[in-house]
Design a protein around this ligand. Structure first.
Ligand SMILES: Cc1cc2nc3c(=O)[nH]c(=O)nc-3n(C[C@H](O)[C@H](O)[C@H](O)COP(=O)(O)OP(=O)(O)OC[C@H]3O[C@@H](n4cnc5c(N)ncnc54)[C@H](O)[C@@H]3O)c2cc1C
Length: 183
């Protein structure tokens, strides 16, 4: 669906010098899971502020029924909602990154940022395409490609469902409290 190509790697008789060993022998999976968990906020941090900017510019120049479509409340609300969602993702992402940088447990904050950012990016992308009408769907602009590429954000580095599971488990087991995303 997106611009992704799967690669198949195989290793045979590979010897890795001790100095290049990451972690302890036999601890690779734990290391990988720890890395994935800590860096999930990278996904929403990609949510480009450029997207609503494109919608704003197009809404000002595209005319329908004698007026720029920016004059219509239906368009204005889509632009406003997109800005709100991008700002909220930005702060959730910065908070998760700050916790990680401070050496604090960032897993709960990261799951929240990743879930919100991935869902939000897809909603914003859909609105940007919608505001561009048929042109948004056509290949002349990069929007349809971004639309396809952004979809995978809800799947890799932990699906939406797995993030929700993590968040709920943290709350149910008392690892996090409602109203706090990181204590
Ligand atoms: C383009 C692309 C790039 C990728 N890159 C990488 C990469 O670099 N490294 C890497 O390790 N992986 C990568 N992946 C794999 C990706 O992480 C997995 O596709 C993802 O974790 C989902 O696993 P799955 O496809 O096996 O789906 P499944 O685990 O089969 O899940 C199917 C559905 O069931 C849901 N589900 C599964 N378990 C539960 C549960 N316990 N509770 C509720 N719902 C559940 C899922 O959320 C999903 O909706 C990539 C995938 C894609 C598409």
């Amino acid at each position: 669906m997106g611009d992704w190509e799967a690669a198949s790697l195989s290793f045979e008789d590979v010897r890795v010098p001790d100095r290049n060993l990451l972690g302890e022998p036999g601890g690779g999976m734990e290391l990988a899971l720890n890395w994935i968990g800590q860096k999930r906020y990278v996904i929403p941090s990609r949510a480009a502020e450029r997207l609503p900017g494109m919608a704003v510019e197009y809404a000002k120049i595209r005319k329908s029924m004698g007026h720029p479509i920016a004059d219509y409340q239906a368009i204005q609300w889509q632009i406003a909602d997109s800005q709100v969602e991008i700002e909220s993702t930005k702060w959730l992402t910065l908070y998760a990154a700050w916790r990680s940088q401070q050496g604090l447990d960032a897993r709960h904050a990261t799951s929240i940022a990743k879930l919100h950012g991935a869902v939000m990016a897809n909603e914003v992308m859909d609105r940007v395409l919608q505001i561009h009408g048929g042109l948004g769907y056509a290949k002349e602009l990069p929007i349809e490609r971004w639309y396809r590429n952004v979809r995978v954000w809800r799947i890799f580095e932990g699906t939406d469902e797995i993030q929700r599971r993590t968040i709920a488990r943290n709350l149910l087991k008392g690892h996090a409290t409602l109203g706090s995303i990181g204590e």
